[in-house]
Write a protein that binds this ligand. Structure first.
Ligand code: NAP
Length: 267
């Protein structure tokens, strides 16, 4: 992976869901590589706090700011990209990281939950990519990295809607990579296994509430799916994303790369 040199200086990255969790780690990493970074999310308070923390670490010349949007809403996404472009110039790296994971047995997955998982995880990726792609094509250079999941590569019980949406994100990644292959724009997905963020904290609380197991037992159960017997750290996902954003990663496109301690092996 990359060192801390300013290999992305002069480029503008937009990270959806950049206020916390994996997205905040990605923003920190891209900033360290010299990019100007815009965080996108719904909660202005969280975004503002993260921007303030990141500003203290930003190298000279790299800007960090935020825009608010619900990625499932086309109008809101269009306004946010217009504001981000005004603040820091055209987006040349898009990290589609924002997502939600809600679990339910298939027969308890109602149409509203199904639709919400598709809207946020899949349609949100579609809308942000449509907003970001034109200036990349115009410049003849761009990077799109979709934070999918191991649930985009294999099945897991009790998350059928999330799993279907993340499989869709990987299909979109592969199709678009071919459309943009000769135009200087790479499109890849990173597929984390269980990663230490609010999503896992919620999953642990859910297991504790539904099964009566202790918090430690629930965490151990999730970690046990990873052959390394641990949760992935957000910084490890961020490193993989930053690598795919590098100019030197230009030959890598259409890939879905697991960051999951060997849980999934792409064939
Ligand atoms: P997280 O801590 O819950 O953060 C989710 C982020 O997405 C938040 O910043 C949230 O910001 C944003 N978001 C959610 N819905 C949004 C919407 N409708 N519009 C705009 N932003 C929205 O989750 P995380 O673990 O960092 O997950 C990041 C990505 O990694 C997700 O795509 C997730 O599916 C994927 N992933 C996570 C794991 C894991 O175990 N943690 C494993 C595999 C894949 P606001 O609340 O401000 O909107």
């Amino acid at each position: 992976m990359t060192g801390s040199t300013a290999t992305l200086a002069g480029r503008h990255a937009l990270v959806t869901g950049g206020g916390r969790g994996i997205g905040a780690a990605i923003a920190r990493r891209l900033l360290a590589d010299g990019a100007s970074v815009t965080l996108l999310g719904r909660d202005a308070g969280t975004l503002q706090a993260t921007v303030q923390a990141l500003r203290e670490q930003a190298p000279a010349g790299a800007m960090v700011s935020f825009v608010t949007a619900d990625i499932a809403d086309a109008g809101s996404v269009a306004c946010a990209f217009a504001a981000a472009t005004e603040q820091a110039g055209p987006v040349s790296m898009l990290v589609n990281n924002a997502g939600q994971a809600h679990s339910a047995p298939f027969m308890k997955t109602d149409a509203a939950l199904w639709q919400r998982m598709l809207d946020v995880n899949l349609t949100g990726t579609f809308l942000c990519t449509q907003a970001a792609l034109p200036p990349m094509l115009e410049a003849g250079w761009g990077r799109i990295v979709n934070v999918a999941s191991t649930a985009g590569l294999i099945g897991y019980g009790y998350v059928s809607a999330y799993c279907a949406a993340k499989h869709g994100v990987i299909g979109l990644t592969r199709a678009l990579a071919l459309e943009t292959a000769a135009k200087g724009v790479t499109v890849n997905a990173v597929c984390p296994g269980y990663t230490e963020t609010d999503i896992v904290r919620d999953a642990v609380a859910n297991i504790v509430g539904k099964t009566g197991r202790s918090e430690d037992q629930a965490r151990a159960e999730l970690a046990a799916r990873n052959p390394q017997r641990r949760l992935v750290q957000p910084e490890e996902v961020a490193d993989a994303v930053a690598w795919l954003c590098q100019p030197s990663a230009g030959a890598i496109t259409g890939q879905a790369i697991p960051v999951a301690g060997g849980e999934v092996m792409a064939g």
